[in-house]
Design a protein around this ligand. Structure first.
Ligand code: UN1
Length: 502
């Protein structure tokens, strides 16, 4: 029996989760989840969901809403806390599944698990604080106050690059707010989504509060944003789809948050601690195989240290060991699938044609160890023209574009010359320069002397320009996005008189 057949037999058969039941999708199309480090390993198969399933999931979420809305927020939070506890106990095992399904190396998968669990814990605690404000009134014996009420059914649409953390940071605030959820993860990572939903169910969510539809966006995406019972949409993914989702929600007049691409710059200035900057650029550009909307994809170097820094960078890049992320010592995993690999290779060709100077990488690695995986070498291009596609467009792979600047203002200009504005980094020991950068840079998040990647539960996450529209995620902002404010004017005089407020 070949390895391929053997692993196919042990592959899990996944189902949809609708109204508290695990059911087959109605689509006749089979979805097959394979390991991007070795496509012979089949992790899971399933029958995809289609429009009818999405409609059933929305119906279940709408039915479950009144009782969930009336469940006290601290009680809702406690269920999330229980889910976090289960996740923590299974962290290692789930990280291994993530590496096999998505390809990121095990330390990165463990980091993602930890981050997602922390986010759930933080939002669980917010159940005790989901309040409004009280204000004095112009009138005697009157009180004014606000409450926060859940919006209703939330559609949560997530990408494949963070198969646990992104669902966690959208679903946890939706649930603690009292919204019910229809969750549609990317079809490349169904096994992780199923495990997460099983844990939410085990933690005690009532039937219909969380529903999972696995399948292609083409088969059901429109229903999830167009159906009148859906009252709020949270999306992370491509710019193209995000804009469509935003337009539809805008026309419907419902709140939407779209977290889209990035082309994040790191500026390394001449006075910087170059070793620190090197570590940050390596992590930002090649961590998660560059498949992060927060990845460092543009590096702007002070001309005075450019050659020296590039020498240091190339020496580090050459040390990166590619391979299966479950093996010890591997520094970079594969691209998530053939299609992303093709995109990476296409952009490398574009870079070459545009006249950028290829310093390292630029191809698929050869040899038996890579024969069945979607591997691409970490790639660095120097002297990239800021008007070129390689400087302007998101690759979503381990491809770093470098340009040089003679003055700090020129560096800032290069950094801002881009349609995206998610995050950025500046490496300098000069406080004045760091502050100037923080003020002038067009980005939603700024890192001083730290890599462009990452976020923390308690502070807002999100970008400007082409990187995002709608409310920020995480933090109080990300929580409040799922609620409506209600203002109450309470007169307790007990007298029969008319108010003189206009
Ligand atoms: C991170 O950098 O830790 O899709 C999070 C992405 C972002 C999340 C990045 N939405 O890459």
């Amino acid at each position: 029996m070949s390895t391929a057949t053997k692993t196919k037999i042990s592959a899990a058969v996944l189902k949809q989760f609708i109204a508290g039941q695990w059911v087959d999708g109605s689509s006749t199309k089979e979805i097959v989840s394979t390991n991007p480090a070795d496509s012979r390993e089949v992790l899971a198969t399933l029958r995809g969901a289609d429009r009818a399933d999405a409609l059933r999931a929305i119906e279940a979420a709408a039915k479950a809403f009144p009782a969930w809305r009336d469940t006290p927020a601290p009680v809702r939070g406690r269920i999330l806390a229980k889910a976090a506890q289960i996740l923590r106990a299974r962290k290692e095992e789930l990280a291994r599944l993530m590496t096999r399904e998505q390809g990121k190396i095990l330390p990165e998968a463990l980091g993602e698990m930890e981050k997602g669990i922390t986010l759930i814990e933080w939002f669980a605690g917010e159940g005790l604080r989901l309040g409004g404000v009280t204000m004095p009134s112009e009138l005697p014996k009157n009180i004014l106050y606000t409450t926060r009420q859940p919006r209703g059914v939330a559609s949560i649409i997530t990408p494949w690059n963070f198969p646990f953390a992104i669902p966690a940071w959208k679903i946890a605030p939706a649930l603690v707010s009292g919204c019910t959820v229809v969750f549609k993860p990317a079809s490349l990572v169904p096994a992780m989504a199923v495990e997460f939903v099983k844990i939410l169910d085990e933690a005690g969510l009532p039937k219909g509060v969380i529903n999972l539809v696995l399948g292609s966006g083409a088969a059901m995406g429109d229903v999830l944003v167009e159906d009148s019972r859906v009252k709020v949409v949270s999306f992370t993914g491509s710019n193209e789809i995000g804009r469509r989702v935003h337009t539809i929600c805008g026309a419907r007049g419902i709140p939407v948050t779209c977290e889209m691409g990035g082309k994040n710059p790191a500026v390394v200035w001449g006075d910087a601690d170059l070793d620190l900057a090197l570590g940050g650029v390596m992590k930002g550009a090649f961590g998660s195989t560059g498949q992060r909307c927060t990845a460092t994809s543009r590096l702007i170097l002070d001309e005075r240290i450019a050659d020296k820094f590039l020498g240091m960078l190339l020496a580090e890049v050459k040390k990166i060991k590619l391979g299966d992320g479950l093996e010890a010592g591997i520094g970079m995993g594969p691209a998530v699938d053939e299609s992303q690999l093709k995109t990476d290779l296409e952009y490398i060709e574009i870079g070459k044609k545009e006249g950028a100077q290829l310093l390292c990488g630029g191809a698929r690695p050869t040899g038996e160890a890579f024969a069945h995986g979607c591997f691409v070498e970490p790639t660095v291009f120097d002297r990239v023209n800021p008007k070129s596609r390689l400087w302007q467009e998101e690759v979503f792979g381990p491809v770093l574009a470098v340009a040089r600047a003679k003055t700090f203002d020129e560096a800032l200009e290069l950094a801002n010359d881009c349609a995206f504005g998610l995050t950025c980094a500046v490496y300098t020991q000069d406080l004045t320069l760091a502050m100037r950068f923080s003020e002038k840079i067009e980005a939603g998040m700024v890192h001083v002397n730290s890599p462009t990647i990452g976020g923390e539960a308690q502070v807002p996450f999100g970008g400007v320009k082409g990187s995002g529209v709608g409310e920020r995620e995480m933090s109080k902002e990300g929580l409040h996005f799922f609620t409506e404010l209600k203002t109450v004017f309470l007169d307790y005089t007990g007298e029969r008189r008319q108010s003189n407020i206009y």
